[in-house]
Design a protein around this ligand. Sequence first.
Ligand SMILES: NC(=O)c1ccc[n+]([C@@H]2O[C@H](COP(=O)([O-])OP(=O)(O)OC[C@H]3O[C@@H](n4cnc5c(N)ncnc54)[C@H](O)[C@@H]3O)[C@@H](O)[C@H]2O)c1
Length: 251
Amino acid sequence: MDVQGKKALVMGGGSGIGRAVALTLASHGASVAIGDLVAERAEQVAGEIKETGQQSMGGAVDVTRQEQVRELVDQTLEAFGCIDILVNSAGIFPQATVQDMAEEEWDQVIAVNLKGTFLPCKAVLDHMIENQKGRIINISAGHAMRGFPAAAHYCASKAGVNALTKTLALELAPHGIVVNAVAPGPVDTPLPRGGRLYTEEEKQRIGSTLPLGRMGTPEELATTVLFLASDACSWFTGQIVYHNGGDMMLG
Ligand SMILES: NC(=O)c1ccc[n+]([C@@H]2O[C@H](COP(=O)([O-])OP(=O)(O)OC[C@H]3O[C@@H](n4cnc5c(N)ncnc54)[C@H](O)[C@@H]3O)[C@@H](O)[C@H]2O)c1
């Protein structure tokens, strides 16, 4: 799968799946810009990529803020001259039942996970349409299809990401731009435990509920993104790829 010479921007690329995506795209020949709410994380990943000899840059961005997103897109265009691939991996996963959920928490999850996917897509569109090519990959979640207790906001935001992905795919197909989403099952990152890593016991317990017997790794998810970003993904758009160790046959 070839992304040699391509220019990519990965939102939420400072940790977990986004980080693995950034490193994987770079190791397959792409220049990669990384945006993350936590600037040091973005810079750290960009530094790791630069050490391999590949072009990279990392910057702070809050994906809920249109002007910040536009600024990072402009900086990336200035540095790379082009954006061929956009990956939206920024996300949050706080948990509360609807009964206990504050309105502000609902708004925040929808803002980061859904609006924070819409804004970067919107910010690269003029450029991609002008080029008549591009790849957009949004990171959704299996929760969009199945629901999950204490995560109504998260599930709704990811169902929105799926609908946004399909609609954009239809709008952009005439311009040669393909838009897909990857919907992971449980992946070993700090996200589901509020920033701390899973314990070995938790990994065993969650993994044992999956047909393939273990949780996924960020690197495994990144291989699906690599395919969707590559030239091999030429006749494939508007799809939600459930990459989940066989967890419920969603699809
Ligand atoms: N880990 C899982 O089990 C799992 C399962 C399904 C879906 N996902 C999705 O995968 C994506 C990546 O999650 P992850 O597991 O790698 O989590 P993670 O916490 O490791 O990474 C998420 C990154 O997003 C960044 N971020 C948060 N809010 C932001 C904002 N407002 N602006 C910019 N960056 C922001 C964080 O700083 C972090 O670096 C998320 O969209 C998540 O919903 C993860």
